[in-house]
Write a protein that binds this ligand. Structure first.
Ligand code: IPE
Ligand code: IPE
Ligand code: MG
Length: 264
């Protein structure tokens, strides 16, 4: 390619990569993914690259959470689910874990008024009873205060594990059978879905993962059966509104076949 060609190509790429307006103009608001789930990854690497402690990365990451919740609500996405802490994350150093837990509590207490004002309904998934009393109190307060809101439903996974969710679901179903409220013959996909943490919420249409890792890390194992997966190498603290918009723009250009054939 000659130098003019290269120059034009770089212009086109930067246009596609950088313009928020471009995506806003080209996203079809009538075909938004109803449910977007995000594996927010890369805080530690972002901090390390700058010579900061991992905790600084987590702090800056909370800014991205704020931005993403805002743009999702503005666009009209119905459900946004964020993976904040996995059951496997307890393997990290104690200092990092307690900084993360403090950050969750601080952020919840600080943001709740604004979220409530913006009609956001907040929900939590995970083994919440294993969290500190202070964090559980903030979680209960946030869920209760926003329970009747009808705007964006924001679900946060804290101490969440996809396999744990399935185990909890199985236990619940077994209990119903023991108590003769259900027979084993009645078990089907609907019964399982009903007993998962996000009962009543549609499966994610779009699953975003930042930081360039090609894995699901025990997130929503049952629910992502047919989600469109969108991976970016951008680290979570660097993730911008336009990255979220680009994911939706790309999503709208996918052909979802669900095992069937494309319609003409
Ligand atoms: C994601 O960032 C946040 C949590 C898992 C809590 P990481 O802390 O995993 O950052 P990296 O992947 O080490 O860069
Ligand atoms: C996934 O990130 C969990 C969250 C984003 C909360 P991890 O950083 O824990 O995942 P792995 O270890 O790279 O698979
Ligand atoms: Mg990580």
């Amino acid at each position: 390619m000659n130098s003019i060609g290269k120059f034009l190509k770089s212009l086109r790429c930067s246009f596609l990569n950088e313009s928020e307006d471009f995506f806003l103009k080209h996203i079809d608001k009538s075909k938004l993914p109803a449910h977007v789930a995000i594996i927010m990854d890369g805080n530690g690497r972002w901090a390390k690259k700058r010579g900061f402690s991992r905790i600084v990365g987590h702090k800056v990451g909370t800014e991205t959470v704020r931005k993403v919740v805002k743009i999702a609500a503005e666009l009209g996405v119905r459900y946004l689910t964020l993976y904040a802490f996995s059951v496997e994350n307890w393997q990290r150093p104690k200092g990092e874990i307690s900084a993360l837990m403090d950050l969750f509590e601080e952020m919840l207490n600080k943001e709740i008024d604004e979220l409530n004002k913006n009609d956001v309904r907040i929900m939590f998934i995970g083994s919440l009873s294993e969290l500190s009393h202070g964090l559980q109190a903030s979680i209960n307060n946030a869920s209760k205060r926003t329970a009747k809101n009808t705007g964006l439903t924001l679900t946060i996974g804290i101490n969440y594990g996809g396999r744990t969710e399935i185990v909890d679901c199985m236990k619940q179903i077994a209990r119903e059978i023991e108590e003769k409220r259900l027979s084993s013959r009645e078990i089907d996909e609907k019964i399982i879905t009903k007993n998962l943490y996000m009962s009543g919420i549609p499966d994610p249409d779009l699953l975003i993962r930042t930081s360039g890792e090609y894995r699901v890390s025990n997130f929503l194992l049952w629910e992502i059966a047919y989600s469109e997966i969108w991976i970016t190498s951008v680290l979570w603290p660097d993730f911008k509104r336009k990255d979220f918009l680009k994911a939706i723009y790309d999503f709208q250009r996918r052909k979802r076949r669900f095992g069937g054939l494309e319609e003409d």
